[in-house]
Design a protein around this ligand. Structure first.
Ligand code: FAD
Ligand code: NAP
Ligand code: SF4
Length: 693
């Protein structure tokens, strides 16, 4: 770990990121650089004991972050996201927060607390909103606020900010975007009021302006007040650009120190942070706001946000003048040392967020503590502590997939002498297939990082080596991380030449004809269907193409920034049928926050998804399917190829042979259990093992 002061010392004149590492005066404090750690709910905010939250932030402050923003804290019970969500409404609660602020300040950092009132997004029966309209993402219909009720909410915001100041925070962020309470007042679609808080735009925007103005009066001038402004709502009836700009100027005048960017309401059907969204996809809006501010002599700085995950992208935005600060949230879960590594010119050593949402957002939506797929220590700092081993052992790890590499590098970091073997000529195991899926290019970053870790920790890597039990005689510990093999679905006719496995398609580049049936609709079946139906370069690498595909327009032209012509996807490369035996929605087991994106993407490519099928047989013309226990409605899916994605089984021959010899062996990742396996579990399991020896 590095002390905060050292971040500035390490920023030599030849730094590759001079704009990113430039200090910024804000709200009476000097931020050491332009990195704002965006608000992220982790689950650590909700308990009474905030020490684990403090430990989480300590590492980010030590890692050099300029300004940390906490996850959303409710100003009152009505504003809770869910029952008993973190709230700051009393002095006793403010006292509890002091451990967080003290810890961050001791580590040389600065921290603001986000005030989040969820309005009709609340998942509890006490929800309130401008108008009694249920949101599509909560089962609870909110109470409509009276004028006195609105006043009570404003006072709750102000009281919360004052208490945050008493708790030692350097500022607050007023959450005005993402479709939450304040946003609900701003939009005519969710605000049908005819009193002083509804009607034309000047009335609908009154709530945020009043909140900012009264907060500023209450906290005084030397306190950071961030206003999170929705730059593009991505919902029907959302704000137009002139309204966004008017509000931006009004909150600046009312006392905001800095304006952060919010993108898309939570109910929007356009992805805004998933891995298939191009990097910095929405920074053009922040740049437009900054330009308008500059032209009008408004000096309030602005922050760019969403899918900014490398120092290169952040530096480019700042150098181009698109923003004054850059917000990164998940990238700082993935690597607490992001800023220090950038400052030291070690960007290649940054553990890059791949925007998968698997352990952060998906966990939070399942009421679980957040984590990070690529960094199991995130939000588990007090639990997963890397300490030197008591005795240095000679360890063999077989299999250089994510499980094997993590086990090897974490063990080596603790002082063990580790040899890592793989029969392939590249590291990464199945990640080499994941990276080939259009929209999953970020897996390249994961492979780069894992490769660097092998070098940095001194693990002895031997590729192209199929390990046999006798090769492992001289080791104190043997770890088998040999992964999986495809499940044999035993479908009559599966030996036919037109039958391929996902490995043939993704690793061996087997030619595939224009009509394809994919058997199995789990994560891999969906990915293979995307791979086969996608035409042309990945839209994750082409912003204009991605915007066309999803119907993202310009709020200066259409309300909410939705294109009037709607999504305009490419003509698919192939006709694809995606099949599963289970009845019901395909992809039900995909990520909680990303499954809908995969399903929508395939629908846009006209992939035909058929559930509840029996596979009768495969022949020259294709695959014969039927439905139900009575095998009704048999019909042929005529196709050139059938790709089997019917799940996986542990590859255990090495582990079984060693066990048969009575040799102690640790089996991890897919080799231990293939069901419910993903890279998140493989890495987490490996890290925990490495800390245990
Ligand atoms: P593997 O990655 O399978 O690695 C095992 C390694 O062991 C291989 O490199 C193999 O060559 C080696 N090996 C086997 N036997 C021997 C031997 N005898 N000697 C030497 N070496 C040996 N997961 C996610 O979390 N998110 C995703 O988005 C995602 N997308 C995916 C997309 C695709 C197309 C695929 C195929 C998988 C995806 N996964 C995803 C799953 C994820 O890649 C796996 O869960 C993970 O790689 C399992 O890790 P592992 O280390 O246990 O095994
Ligand atoms: P999976 O998610 O378990 O899906 C297997 C599919 O095969 C299911 O659709 C299943 O549905 C079908 N199937 C199972 N047994 C079958 C049989 N005997 N005959 C025919 N079909 C059968 O596994 P996967 O797709 O192989 O993925 C492996 C792992 O990688 C998963 O755990 C997944 O989490 C991970 N992964 C994750 C992502 C991601 O984006 N997060 C992407 C890719 C992979 P039916 O039984 O209903 O037919
Ligand atoms: Fe990023 Fe995935 Fe980690 Fe979330 S779980 S921080 S999206 S790498």
């Amino acid at each position: 770990m590095y002390a905060s002061a050292s971040v500035e010392r390490m920023t030599h004149p030849g730094s590759p990121y001079p704009h990113l590492l430039m200090p910024l005066e804000l709200g009476g404090v000097r931020l050491r650089n332009r990195v704002l750690m965006g608000s992220m709910h982790t689950g650590l905010e909700d308990g009474r004991d905030l020490r684990p939250l403090a430990a989480f932030f300590r590492e980010r402050a030590q890692g050099g972050v300029g300004l940390i923003v906490t996850g959303g804290i409710a100003p009152n019970i009505a504003g809770w996201a869910k029952p008993f969500a973190g709230t700051l409404a009393t002095q006793a609660a403010a006292k509890r927060h002091q451990v967080v602020t003290r810890t961050v300040h001791e580590a040389g950092g600065h921290i603001a607390m986000q005030i989040l009132h969820t309005g009709r997004y609340a998942y509890h029966p006490l929800a309130v909103a401008p108008t009694r309209l249920r949101s599509p993402i909560s089962p609870f219909t909110p109470f409509e606020l009276s004028a006195r009720g609105v006043e009570r909410q404003i006072r709750a915001f102000v009281r919360c900010a004052v208490l945050a100041r008493e708790a030692g925070y350097d500022g607050v962020e007023i959450m005005g975007s993402e479709g939450y309470f304040i946003n609900q007042f701003i939009s005519a679609a969710t605000n049908h009021r005819q009193d002083a808080w509804g009607g034309d735009y000047s009335h609908r925007m009154r709530l945020p302006v009043e909140i900012v103005q009264r907060t500023r009066e209450a906290v005084g001038p030397d306190f950071i007040l961030i206003y999170r402004l929705s730059m593009i709502d991505l919902v029907p009836g959302g704000s137009r650009w002139d309204e966004v700009l008017t509000l931006g100027k009004a909150v600046s005048t009312a006392g905001a120190s800095i304006i952060n960017t919010g993108i898309g309401w939570h109910e929007a059907r356009i992805p805004t942070i998933a891995t298939s969204v191009p990097r910095a996809a929405f920074a053009w809006l922040t740049a437009r706001l900054k330009r308008a501010f500059t032209e009008e002599g408004i000096r309030t700085p602005v922050v760019a946000s969403n899918r900014i995950n490398t120092p290169e992208v952040a530096e480019r935005l700042l150098a181009e003048g698109a923003a004054d600060m850059v917000s990164m949230a998940r990238p700082l879960l993935a690597d607490a040392q992001f800023v220090v590594k950038a400052a030291q010119g070690r960007a290649q050593d940054i553990n890059t967020c791949i925007a998968c949402n698997q352990a952060c957002l998906d966990h939070v939506f399942q009421n679980r503590r957040a984590g990070c797929l690529v960094n199991p220590r995130a939000c588990h700092e007090t639990e997963l502590v890397v300490r030197p081993a008591l005795r240095s052992k000679r360890i063999a790890v077989v299999g250089a997939g994510p499980a094997g590499i993590t086990a090897a590098t974490w063990a080596a970091e603790r002082g063990h002498r580790v040899h890592l073997f793989d029969r392939e000529t590249t590291i990464g195991g199945q990640l080499n297939m994941a990276r080939r899926i259009p929209g999953k290019e970020e897996f390249d970053e994961m492979l780069r990082y894992l490769g660097r870790r092998i070098q940095a920790t001194g693990v002895q890597l031997q590729l192209g080596r199929e390990v046999q039990p006798d090769d492992l005689a001289d080791f104190d510990e043997v770890v088998v991380a040999t992964g999986v093999r495809p499940r044999d679905p035993r479908i009559p006719g599966q030996e036919h030449a037109k039958v391929l496995s996902y490995i043939d398609v993704l690793r061996r580049d087997a030619p595939v004809g224009p009509r394809v049936a994919v058997i199995g609709a789990g994560g891999i079946g969906f990915d293979v269907a995307e791979f086969l139906s996608h035409a042309g370069p990945s839209t994750a690498l082409d912003l204009a193409a991605w915007q066309r595909e999803w119907g993202v327009g310009d709020p200066a032209q259409t309300a909410g920034g939705l294109r009037s012509e709607g999504p305009q996807p490419h003509t698919p490369a192939r006709e694809v049928f995606l099949l599963q035996r289970r009845e019901g929605k395909l992809g039900a087991g995909l990520g909680k926050t990303t499954g809908w994106i995969h399903r929508t993407a395939l629908k846009m490519k006209r992939v035909q998804m058929i559930g509840g099928v029996n596979y009768e047989r495969i022949e020259d013309r294709g695959v014969l399917i039927s439905h139900g226990p009575q095998r009704e409605d048999p019909r042929w899916i005529d196709c050139d190829h059938v790709v089997i994605c019917a799940g996986q089984e542990p590859l255990r021959n090495l582990a079984d042979a060693l066990m048969a010899q009575g040799r102690p062996v640790q089996v991890i990742g897919g080799a231990r259990q293939a069901g419910e396996l993903d890279a998140k579990r493989a890495i987490d399991e490996a890290a925990r093992w490495a800390l245990s020896i």
